[in-house]
Design a protein around this ligand. Structure first.
Ligand code: NAP
Length: 267
């Protein structure tokens, strides 16, 4: 298999460190540079806690894309910087695989248009864990038969966006099979603002929990007469996301449009 040359943005982050290990252990992947806001000018191998990879570290993304020949950008940073990296990568013909969450619908639309214009693939996935994708698909199936549903998502307390991209994506998939319905009593009153969680335009309630010790967890609860159905997925560590990133890096080499969601590339 041809070697895929990768630029990684956010190597010191919790996801980034796992991604460095993934690239290091994958024979046909090569880490050719990192984008980081510290350690500019150094090599990754000169920083403690990383494998012996001599990839240069850049702070300035333009300089990085101009100087380094790469096939793929993996971005695991923050929404603001991730969007900038993704746009620049497309300008320089580097295919972005974006794990960073928190993009708005307008930002996704803008990136999709740019991908189309540049005829360069982009994969943006709010959740790279295969089990989470199955949870979303099973929830979408269940919603055909059980229309009453609420979503509870739980994450570590350093997460910046709420609700999670996975919860929003789950609600979007459910809405494709469920007749819109406002969940709860029509006259219910919230004694404390936010008690009933956030509400999508189709009436699905999403509740976000943020606590230290958690990684990424979600439960989709359906209610029916005399019964309930819970579909739950837990990511216990960030290694759970790496098989999805590997698949995305391999798949993006054959794409020329934006794909949002890992469910669109797994069989
Ligand atoms: P994290 O530990 O906070 O890591 C984020 C990294 O981005 C940090 O190293 C941070 O550096 C770096 N960064 C910030 N600004 C930067 C810049 N200008 N240039 C380069 N790097 C910059 O967060 P995480 O848990 O690894 O998560 C990273 C992203 O992935 C988040 O958006 C998270 O929601 C998302 N995520 C996605 C999935 C998925 O399956 N798609 C799963 C888990 C997490 P500093 O240390 O200097 O701030």
């Amino acid at each position: 298999m041809k070697t895929i040359k990768i630029i990684l943005a956010g190597p010191r982050g919790r996801m980034g460190r796992e991604a460095v290990e993934l690239i290091h252990r994958t024979e046909h992947f090569e880490l050719v540079a990192c984008l980081d806001r510290v350690n500019e000018g150094k090599k990754l191998s000169e920083i403690g806690g990383f494998p012996p990879i001599d990839a240069p570290i850049y702070h300035n993304p333009v300089a990085c894309f101009q100087n380094v020949e790469a096939d793929v950008l993996i971005d695991l940073t923050t929404p603001e910087i991730g969007k900038l990296h993704t746009k620049l990568a497309l300008e320089y013909g580097v295919r972005p695989v974006v794990g960073t969450t928190g993009f708005t619908d307008e930002e996704l639309k803008e990136l999709a248009e740019l991908a189309e214009e540049k005829k360069t693939g982009v994969i943006i996935a709010p959740n790279f864990a295969v089990g989470a994708i199955l949870m979303m698909k099973f929830a979408q199936m269940a919603a055909k038969h059980l229309e009453d549903v609420e979503i509870i998502e739980l994450h570590h307390d350093r997460k910046l966006d709420a609700p999670s991209g996975t919860a929003l994506k789950t609600a979007e998939l459910i809405s494709q099979t469920r007749t819109p319905k406002r969940q709860g009593h029509p006259e219910e009153v919230q004694q404390l603002a936010g008690a009933r969680g956030a509400e999508t335009k189709d009436g699905i309630r999403i509740h976000s929990v943020r606590l230290p010790g958690l990684v990424a967890h979600q439960e989709v609860i359906f209610g029916g007469e005399g019964q309930s159905l819970s579909i739950k997925h837990d990511s216990y560590n960030r290694a759970s996301f790496m098989s999805g990133i590997k698949l995305s890096v391999e798949t993006i080499m054959t794409l020329d449009v934006l794909v949002y969601g890992l469910e669109n590339i797994i069989e």
